[in-house]
Design a protein around this ligand. Sequence first.
Ligand code: ATP
Ligand code: MG
Length: 430
Amino acid sequence: MTQAFQKVSAIRGMNDLLPGQSAQWERFEEIVRGWLRSYGYRNMRTPVLESTRLFARGIGEVTDIVEKEMYTFWDGAEGKQDQVTMRPEMTAGIVRATIEHNMLYDRPHRVYSIGPVFRRERPQRGRYRQFHQIDVEALGLAGPDVDAELIVMLARLWKMLGLTDIRLELNSLGQPAERAAHRTALIAHLEKHADILDEDGKRRLYSNPLRVLDTKNPAMQAMADSAPRLFDFLGEESRAHFDGLCQRLTDAGIEYRLNPRLVRGLDYYNLTVFEWVTDRLGAQGTVCGGGRYDGLIELLGGKPAPAVGFAIGMERLLDLWQQSVPAEAEAECDVYVVHQGEGAQRLAAKVGEQLRDAGFSVIVHAGATGFKAQFKRADGSGARVAVILGDDEVANDTASLKYLRGEAEGAASQQQVPLAQLAEVLKSKG
Ligand code: ATP
Ligand code: MG
């Protein structure tokens, strides 16, 4: 006797996208791909699984992601095992591939990738364990013109999607030497307030003091607000880069707010960092984050080259989009073929193929159900027209049409058409 199987559910924080929801994702992705093409960005895809070392080095050992959010396991035969990780973000993989394939040897690249990333966080609205990112990177380009282009580009996407309640926060993290000077001042400040640091804060005091300012702990806000600002430690060149960016944003009519506390969760940024934030998504209001990471390519073993990019959280952006644009029901097909009798059923399969040749999407009713139930299904499919095949139609090589919606609905109902002209008639009633 077989034992009853205990039902399996999806893993917490990992979502199913059912056909209706998925249709909206596809519509969204189509808009996004067109938008990226319009700026000359090209798609690239890297594996979901990478060596753990890549992320430890590329993201930084002392970050939330690497310290506690990665899905990591041992892979391979005993004795030859490698530690591997499900990618928690896409930049590290893209940079690895850029180096591995020597992509930057003769020219810069504008690339993007769309897909799932994985972080073991506490699931809640806008925070999942498998979520999706649109990741965009400009590799090998150093100027503030490129930083500005990325931000202008994002403003265009919000406009294309009809989003208005979304604002830009900017900061500059300067260069490593400026950060070092600021770090000394910051550590002194943190030491002075050591008594109010929480566990994370104490642990990061010397390993990653900048991240202590990124705290969400209310008890530490006042201390973080009064901390020395990295922005005040910027040298002339860093300031010029930042001013160059701001100038171009002003040229493009884009509003921004300087947020000196903005440091972002990843270690590798320098100069420009930015986030697009909304108040309409509750606590998880950051829809997109990005910045410059001129040191990362070298850090991961490549020839030094500048780079800048951003990642959009798709679940959050879609949530926001759905609030302003109601989802429309998607039709399963253009044409639904109903039939009665064995001969008609076989003819239906043939007619279906002919109509697909002519460019229609077609569902041929499956199984032998009564006409009434078939019409109900045809209507439910969202098809514009039902093609009807019965004994009569088989005998004289015709099909009957019934328009289910649109202008022609009802008017031409049950019109008989020679099979040879079917596609043409359907097109003319488009
Ligand atoms: P947060 O501060 O919200 O944790 P983050 O700084 O960790 O964000 P990034 O690493 O910059 O996020 O990722 C880019 C974008 O991906 C974020 O701006 C957000 O829109 C989205 N995102 C990040 N973590 C999650 C998650 N767990 N679930 C859904 N979306 C996420
Ligand atoms: Mg995070």
